[in-house]
Design a protein around this ligand. Structure first.
Ligand code: NAP
Length: 277
């Protein structure tokens, strides 16, 4: 497979296809091995996924330098000391000296972003992380991050798929040279039922997942599909084919502004945010 890359501020190359690992449970190790054996060079995890130790075990069987590894700090751990402690604990579980990319998993309005980003800069300075970024940030939150950060914000990982295309946020990311990573690029399978996705899958003799992933990459977005099924992991890496420009545009037209996880009403007091009432 031929996977394009995006150059990050450190000079590192971020592969445009990565394995998502949220909620893989006992399947984590097997999925990671299936992905690396199939030629993936990018794994996405987070302290909140509780799978870093399993990923570390799998990674130990491969050359660490061949894998682009991302982890994330939970929104409840965004004060200075907690960011440093979270990162060190992630590295310990992952069995590595560094992550290629370290993301703020969610914005936390109760903790100073300037303080969080000072800790991220410190991690970069110490070589524990190569690039830093954010996740689930709105355009406003991302612009604040760019303004107060001493280190470049390389990435915004956001929910993105044909039913949730977020044109204003995408435009702002592009204007500010922030690489977009698509979380839930398959809309957790919901978009497989879209009539244009199904039609194109038929036309190109591909699966709906393959159509949606090809479209994401053609839109210059890094895709992080998750699968617990090794056959799906391998199939999702079949990117050596082309989607006609007109067909790509048909998928561009499918936006419904319909998220699967980044819904407007969230419980800010949950364990993820750690904000006490
Ligand atoms: N930053 C954040 O807050 C955030 C939020 C959500 C997601 N993410 C990241 O993005 C990754 C992906 O998102 P996600 O895990 O929510 O969901 P997703 O990748 O959109 O969808 C996963 C679902 O698609 C199915 N699937 C995958 N490939 C398939 C194929 N070829 N054919 C049929 N079904 C297929 C999987 O089932 P099988 O297991 O049976 O294949 C699973 O049910 C996450 O794992 C995580 O790394 C980040």
């Amino acid at each position: 497979m031929t996977v394009p890359t995006k150059t990050l501020p450190s000079g590192a190359e971020l592969p445009a296809l990565g394995l998502g690992t949220y909620d893989l449970g006992d399947q984590t190790g097997d999925s990671v091995r299936a992905a690396l054996d199939a030629g993936y060079a990018h794994i996405d995890t987070a302290e909140g996924y509780h799978n870093e130790a399993a990923i570390g075990d799998a990674l130990a069987e491969y050359d660490r330098d061949d894998v682009f590894l991302t982890s994330k700090v939970l929104a409840k751990n965004l004060n200075y000391e907690s960011v440093i402690a979270s990162c060190e604990a992630s590295l310990d579980r992952l069995g590595t000296d560094y992550v290629d990319l370290y993301l703020i998993h969610w914005p936390n309005p109760a903790i100073s972003l300037r303080e969080t980003l000072r800790a991220m800069a410190e991690l970069r300075e110490r070589g524990l992380v190569r690039d830093v970024g954010v996740s689930n940030f709105s355009a406003y939150q991302l612009s604040c991050a760019h303004h107060v950060s001493d280190v470049p914000i390389a990435v915004n990982q956001i929910e993105f798929h044909p039913w949730f295309q977020r044109p204003d946020l995408v435009d702002y990311c592009r204007e500010s040279d922030t690489v977009i990573e698509a979380a839930a690029p398959l809309a957790r399978t919901d978009v497989f039922g879209d009539e244009v996705v199904a039609e194109l899958a038929e036309t190109y003799d591909k699966s709906p997942a393959q159509v949606v992933l090809r479209w994401a990459l053609d839109n210059d977005v890094v895709a992080l599909p998750r699968s617990s099924t090794p056959e799906h992991v391998r199939a999702n890496a079949d990117l050596d084919w082309e989607l006609d420009e007109a067909d790509r545009r048909q998928l561009d037209e499918r936006d419904r502004d319909e998220p699967v996880y980044d819904t407007p009403a969230r419980d800010w007091t949950s364990d993820v945010y750690g904000i006490e009432q």
